[in-house]
Design a protein around this ligand. Sequence first.
Ligand code: F6P
Length: 343
Amino acid sequence: MGTKRIGILTGGGDCPGLNAVIRAVVMRAAAGDTEVVGLRRGWRGLLDRDSLPLDTERVRTILPLGGTILGTSRTNPSREKDGMERSRASFKDLGLSVLIAVGGEDTLGVAARLSDEGMPLIGVPKTIDNDLQGTDVTFGFDTSVQIASDALDRLHTTACSHERTLVVEIMGRHAGWITLMAGLSGSADVILIPEYPVDIESVVQRIKRRYERGPRYAIVAVSEGAKLTGGEAKKAKALDAFGHVRLGGVGEQLAAEIGRRTGFETRSVTLGHLQRGGTPTAFDRILGTRFGVRACELALEGRTGLMVALRGTKIVPIPIQEAVASLKTVDDDLYKLAATFFS
Ligand code: F6P
């Protein structure tokens, strides 16, 4: 119904399940006799008109693959000279009738602006951080939680053998979803997330009590964006194109402080990009597939300015602006539940 050529891009940090979305869009479009072109490296591909044709043959085997066959970047068109105008011109020149943008708060923030300015856009919510509003969950989150939970299981046995405290730094820039869920699943003794700043001394006292009672080891799950009070100030770090601080280092800093104050041997482990790489879980493959099919159907119906979202068991379209208006952070109920298991 009017849609002749669908463009698709993946932007921001990569995330398990991106290829599931791309495959689903291409295969659903093929069933509707519609052409799909991929844009390379997120918004960079639109700015530079760097595209490749996508057909069913190209996407047939990509479902279990991590990363994105389109590549990604943190390019922000609004920070480039005439970036928004150039994006609109490229859209026309590439002969696109609709663009599907797969991304998190930054990529979808640009999509919301371009959509407001009249570009036909559909968003697909992607981020391991799970911090997008409007959808119960983003794809990639489940895989990331599983990886972090597996890591915590492994760290329990070695920490116990050596009577050590291990501080595990987990991704999640402004929201503690991965740390909280992995901490619950992997039975961390202390969980520290950005939403609930904690004084370092109270963490130290909890660990000391645990050693006194036994067992004489502890696992601390700390979100890379956690705010700790009562310790040394962190050093200033570099910013990305969306103005976000490149995080990392809180685990090491916290481990040093805990070791110094308790006298217990304390080490840190940073899970880093291990949490984003590799094959998606079955849940994320299915969610990515459902998002991709629905996004493509909206494109075929000529319905734009929307983002596909999971609400309960259904995939529904919501205004793209709803998803980027604010961040979805961990709520009180969930945090209180998790606190039941703190040392
Ligand atoms: O937004 C997803 C995320 O993995 C965050 O958890 C993390 O802070 C950030 O991306 C890291 O991004 P990069 O790999 O670009 O440094």
